[in-house]
Design a protein around this ligand. Sequence first.
Ligand SMILES: [Cu+2]
Length: 154
Amino acid sequence: MSRSKKHNEKLKAKNQPYMSILFIVIVIAIFGSAIYLIMSKSAALEPVDKDAIKMTISMAGFEPNIIRAKAGQPVTINLINPDNSHHTDGGGVHNFFLSGGLAGVMSNLNITVLPESQKVFTFTPTKPGEYHWYCDSCCGGKENPGMHGTLIVA
Ligand SMILES: [Cu+2]
């Protein structure tokens, strides 16, 4: 009996270094995956339309979040979403919602940009004034204070 107990303890001691190595490998795998997910978020997307206003939309909000335009002149925006689909809030999907009529445009602007992609769109505001746009996706959207912007039409 005591001999078998001794034998078991010997085995345990023998396996200890392997368990430590296994533990370290698992820790490295977990941290490696986490770092990969975080880094892949910042993958830079080059705008497809170099003449357009480059605007980034992410969990950090709109950048820039103020646009100046002249009434009657078209505005083209290259909207880039660098967020990946691993975001728990809305799956990295964002959008640009500007209520129609307010800026003199015929209908609502409702441009949805999927994770790690971009969209180019053009509209022509006709009435001078200050207009509000926001993100209307489930990232927090309108309720998220960072997900807003202002269009100033002169
Ligand atoms: Cu959003």
